[in-house]
Write a protein that binds this ligand. Structure first.
Ligand SMILES: [Fe+2]
Length: 278
C-alpha cells in the first residue's frame, strides 16, 4: 500500500477557532501544515468560512473527522460524507482520517468517542465501514487509535491486536496518536512501548501528539488542553525511531490556549526529535 503523504510533511498545528486569529496574524510559524475538522466547517459560512479561506492561503490542509461513527451500528451518515467529500476536494486533501470508535448510540450523536469491544465482530464491522467511506470519498483513509477510560465487555484481543486487525481487513492507514497510547497505557496498566512495537508501523501516515491532564493518581484524561508531557515526548521519540519513513506530525491543542509562542516551542521540540530520528 502506497500512501500519498509527500505533499504534507514536518510538523503541523490543529487549526482551532481559539487559535485562529493568533495563527493567522503571526508573521511566521513552525507549522508546515494545519489540520481541521470538516464537521466544524461544512455548511457553515461567516467567520468560520473566512478563517478557513485565510488559513488555506497560508498552509496545506489535512482533514480529520470527529463524528464519522466508523465503528458504529447505525447506517453511515451519507449526507455528511457528501459534504465532507466536497470539502476534501476543495482543499486538495490527499487522505481523510477519523477515529476508531463509535460516536452515535441509537442514532443520536453523543459528542464522545466511545471505545469498542475488541473482538472479531467489531473488526469486521469497522473494516467494512472504513472501506465504505474510503470508496465513497475516493481517498485513502486513516483511522486513529482513541483514548479510553474503561474496558468494553466482550473483548477477545488486546487493543493493538484490534487496531492491527482493522487496518489489515480495511487495508487502510493509521493515524497514530502517541498521547492516546500513553494515556491508555497509564489508565490500563500496560507498557506503551509494547503497544507501539505491536503495531504495523508501515501503515502509519500521520502522527498526533497532545497534552493530557492527571485527574487522579491512577487516571489520565486526554484533554488536549495542557502542554505535551515529557513521557509523551519520550514515547514520540521511541516511535519516530521505529517508523519506516517520515510522516507528518500534528500537535493537537483544543483548549486552555496558551500564547502561540508556547505552541511554537512545542513544535520546535517535536521537529528536533523527528530530525534526530530520521
Ligand atoms: Fe488525536
Amino acid at each position: 500500500m502506497t500512501q500519498p503523504i509527500d505533499a504534507i510533511e514536518g510538523v503541523g498545528l490543529g487549526f482551532r477557532l481559539g487559535l485562529a486569529d493568533a495563527m493567522l496574524s503571526a508573521p511566521q510559524s513552525q507549522a508546515r501544515f494545519i489540520e481541521v475538522c470538516p464537521e466544524n466547517y461544512v455548511g457553515v459560512g461567516g467567520r468560520r468560512a473566512r478563517l478557513l479561506h485565510a488559513a488555506r492561503e497560508r498552509w496545506p490542509v489535512v482533514c480529520h473527522g470527529l463524528c464519522g461513527d466508523l465503528a458504529g451500528l447505525a447506517p453511515m451518515q451519507m449526507e455528511l460524507l457528501t459534504q465532507v467529500k466536497a470539502m476534501l476536494k476543495e482543499v486538495g486533501a490527499r487522505w481523510y482520517s477519523d477515529h476508531l470508535c463509535m460516536t452515535h448510540i441509537a442514532g443520536a450523536e453523543i459528542h464522545e468517542l466511545l471505545p469498542l469491544p475488541f473482538n472479531g465482530e467489531a473488526v469486521r464491522r469497522t473494516a467494512q465501514r472504513v472501506r465504505q467511506v474510503q470508496d465513497f470519498l475516493e481517498l485513502p483513509m486513516a483511522v486513529e487509535n482513541v483514548s479510553a477510560y474503561g474496558d468494553m465487555p466482550g473483548g477477545e484481543m488486546t487493543e493493538p491486536e484490534f487496531v492491527t486487525a482493522v487496518l489489515e481487513e480495511a487495508d487502510c492507514g493509521l493515524l497514530l496518536d502517541v498521547n492516546n497510547v500513553y494515556v491508555n497505557a497509564f489508565n490500563f496498566g500496560f507498557e506503551p512501548r509494547d503497544y507501539i512495537d505491536a503495531l504495523p508501523l508501515e501503515r502509519v501516515i500521520q502522527i498526533h501528539v497532545a497534552g493530557h491532564f492527571q485527574e487522579a493518581p491512577d487516571i489520565l484524561l486526554d484533554t488536549h488542553a495542557m502542554p505535551i508531557a515529557d513521557p509523551v515526548y519520550d514515547l514520540f521519540a521511541y516511535t519516530m525511531e521505529r517508523l519506516p519513513r517520515d510522516v507528518p506530525v500534528l500537535l493537537e491543542r483544543d483548549g486552555n490556549f496558551p500564547p502561540l509562542s508556547e505552541l511554537e516551542d512545542e513544535l520546535i521540540r517535536l521537529r528536533s526529535i523527528m530530525e534526530a530520528a530520521s
